[in-house]
Design a protein around this ligand. Structure first.
Ligand code: ZN
Length: 259
């Protein structure tokens, strides 16, 4: 093989390799997959200038591998989000039998709510910051509690004094309100088409179950209920049950940036 053929061969192989990863994105982001005639049940579909896109969340735990939708593979890049170390009372880590039963029941209630796929509202993904505070822990941090590795932090923590007002970052319907062992006073808002958000550790909840809230309406106040080290809001956003990065959605025109 002469030199030129060899170079052509290398180029061809590297092109083929690169094109395999043409559909890729970072963990915690949403991939907008353009499509024509396929059907995607229970996904958010965006119509923009006659083009159709299906919104696919890229899970944190799929880094270095693919998510597959209707046989189409999307590569999830590997990303270093850093780590966070916290210490909490040992009774909040090593649970009594009673609390084990409680947390098991509660996670079933929460998981059931998060499966909701309603078609009443459709968000344009223009979320606002829910309160004025300081970001104290970002999405994706590897977490160590009392020195032991735990599941990663797939939410945004915003620290603020107890009583700081929290506002709905996007319109939706309140589909769960309650007091939970880990999350304290907690609520979930359904923004429609598999997009939901949750709010943990509140001192006060200002909305009722099944209540519709407009973007900007007060939903509660910051607190330190549940498993916490101090007052803050633990804010999660879910798309199709996958936790995505809340900081991405508060960037103006996020949807435009991914289409
Ligand atoms: Zn948190």
């Amino acid at each position: 093989m002469n030199k030129f053929k060899l170079i052509a061969c290398i180029l061809l192989v590297s092109f083929a390799y690169a094109s395999d990863f043409k559909l890729s994105g970072d963990p915690g982001e949403i991939f907008a997959l353009r499509f024509d005639k396929e059907r995607f049940n229970d996904y958010m579909i965006i119509d923009r200038d006659g083009n159709k896109f299906v919104l696919v969340p890229l899970p944190f735990n799929k880094q270095g591998s693919f998510v597959e939708i209707n046989g189409i593979k999307i590569f999830v890049n590997e990303k270093n989000f850093g780590e966070s170390r916290i210490n909490v009372d040992s009774s909040m880590v090593t649970l009594s039998k009673e609390n084990q039963e409680r947390t098991k029941k509660e996670s079933e209630i929460i998981n059931k709510a998060l499966k909701k796929f309603s078609r009443i509202h459709k968000s344009d993904l223009n979320f606002k910051m829910p309160l004025n505070g300081i970001i104290s822990s970002r999405y994706g941090k590897k977490r160590f509690i009392n020195g032991l590795p735990r599941s990663p932090h797939l939410a945004l923590d915003i620290a603020a004094p107890s009583g700081t007002e929290i506002f709905a970052p996007e319109s939706g319907t309140v589909i769960l309100v309650g007091n939970f062992f880990y999350s304290g006073n907690y609520l979930i808002i359904d923004h429609g088409f598999g997009l939901l958000s949750s709010y943990s550790h509140l001192s006060k909840v200002n909305v009722n179950l099944d209540e519709y809230v407009d973007q900007g309406k007060k939903i509660g106040e910051v607190g330190a209920t549940g498993r916490v080290t101090g007052p803050h809001l633990h804010w999660s956003i879910y798309l199709n049950k996958t936790r995505i990065n809340p900081e991405s959605l508060i960037v103006e025109n996020y949807l435009d940036s991914i289409l």
